[in-house]
Design a protein around this ligand. Structure first.
Ligand SMILES: *Cc1c(COP(=O)(O)O)cnc(C)c1O
Length: 400
């Protein structure tokens, strides 16, 4: 990016950040540097790049100009020091755990965290003596009570998946500071367009780029953004060695997606706000979770820390589990699929699908009821989405 007199606003950053300072042929779009290795003009230059004395590319696992363009774009959006592209969102999550935790240490995490994040801590990191406690972080007291002498990291996901609970990021950051812990935030559900945890005191942000940032349900990818150089170096070393790096072609596709992030989020969010209102008034809907509704328990915190309420809604229909199946089997425009944040609207059932591996009692403690349906609202016309949900919900037999 060329030096600008003042920081640019977020739509401008989404579109311009990361492009080459001096285009090679005047190209407007960032090229794909599809190369695994980079030549050195001299032996001395090669040695200097290897030692880090001089900037310059060496090998794509460690750095690549196309990946770097995306890293710069997301880091600028997140107001962080630097970004690190990863193969998937889970590669971002696990790289951060590998960098910050060691044998005998402990992490406190949001209970209704992404299913695989919980599983990797409970089943895999536990094999290496890393302990984890899952609590409802929307109540900050639960975080304070879960902290042990060996705790090193507080890990939160907000809005959380799929309960759409909100955690007060600044409040969690204050607790982290007081106990000398690091605060890591999974910002996938909000995207940097709606929420910037580093500005609120977080140390590291992780993303599944697969969702809103790429936005077209055609790529998997992840990103880690560190607040400062020290944390960047610590995580980057682990990423380079464990090797969960992003590929340049993948980076180019995500770069193409991020250019329209603001437009997509604005449109989908407008649809989500209207759909939440519509569902609230539907006689066959029992309850609706959407942070934009004034009766959402953390509506005010969401208002304070987010630039909008997002595009994910969860709701329960009357006649719970059975009613939910009727809705899932009768939607025509909504696609029955996991994932979220794409231009097309998706519907899924966490208790059967994304969170099926979590035991029922733990699911319920985390607020993931059997009747909960999650929708990821896309960019279609509102009327078509409303009519599709309406006809599917109306197929639930009445009188129950
Ligand atoms: C999808 C997702 C992940 C994992 O990302 P992948 O790209 O599927 O590996 C992590 N956190 C959240 C909140 C997600 O939605």
């Amino acid at each position: 990016m060329k030096e600008k007199a003042k920081p640019m606003h977020k739509s401008t950053v989404s579109i311009h950040a990361g492009n080459l300072e001096s285009p090679i042929f005047g190209e407007v779009s960032m090229p794909i540097f599809q190369t695994s290795t980079f030549s050195f003009p001299t032996a001395e230059e090669g040695a200097a790049r290897f030692s880090g004395e001089k900037n310059g590319y060496v090998y794509t696992r460690i750095g690549n100009p196309t990946t770097n363009a995306l890293e710069e774009c997301i880091a600028t959006l997140e107001k962080g020091y630097a970004g690190m592209g990863t193969a998937t969102g889970m590669a971002a999550v696990t790289t951060v755990f590998l960098a910050l935790l060691q044998q005998g240490t402990h992490i406190v995490s949001t209970g209704s965290v992404y299913g695989a994040t919980r599983m990797v801590l409970e089943k895999e990191f536990s094999r290496f003596g890393i302990k984890s406690t899952f609590v409802d972080t929307s109540d900050l007291n639960n975080i304070k009570q879960a902290i042990l002498p060996d705790t090193r990291v507080i890990y939160i996901e907000t809005p959380a998946n799929p309960t759409i609970n909100i955690t007060d990021i600044r409040g969690a950051a204050d607790i982290a500071r007081k106990h000398d812990l690091l605060l890591v935030v999974d910002n996938t559900f909000a995207s940097p367009y709606l929420q910037r945890p580093l500005e609120l005191g977080a140390d590291i942000v992780v993303h599944s780029l697969t969702k809103f940032i790429n936005g077209h349900s055609d790529v998997v990818g992840g990103m880690i953004v560190a607040k400062n150089e020290k944390l960047y170096r610590k995580v980057k070393e682990v990423l380079n060695l464990f090797g969960g790096t992003m590929d340049p072609h993948q980076a180019w596709l995500v770069l193409r997606g991020v250019r329209t992030l603001p437009l997509r989020v604005e449109k989908a969010q407008e649809n989500a706000e209207k759909l939440a209102q519509f569902l609230m008034q539907h006689p066959k809907v029992a309850w609706v979770n959407y942070p934009g509704l004034p009766d959402h328990p953390q509506h005010q915190i969401a208002q304070k820390q987010m630039d909008g309420f997002g595009t994910i809604i969860s709701f329960g229909v009357k006649n719970g589990l059975e009613g939910g199946k009727v809705v899932l089997n009768n939607v025509k425009l909504f696609t029955l699929a996991v994932s979220l944040g794409g231009v097309e609207s998706l519907i899924e059932h966490p208790a059967f699908m994304t969170h099926a591996s979590v035991p029922k009692s733990e699911r319920e403690d985390a607020g993931i009821l059997d009747e909960l349906i999650r929708i990821s609202v896309g960019c279609e016309d509102y009327e078509d989405l409303r009519d599709d949900l309406d006809q599917a919900i109306n197929k639930i037999p009445s009188g129950v």
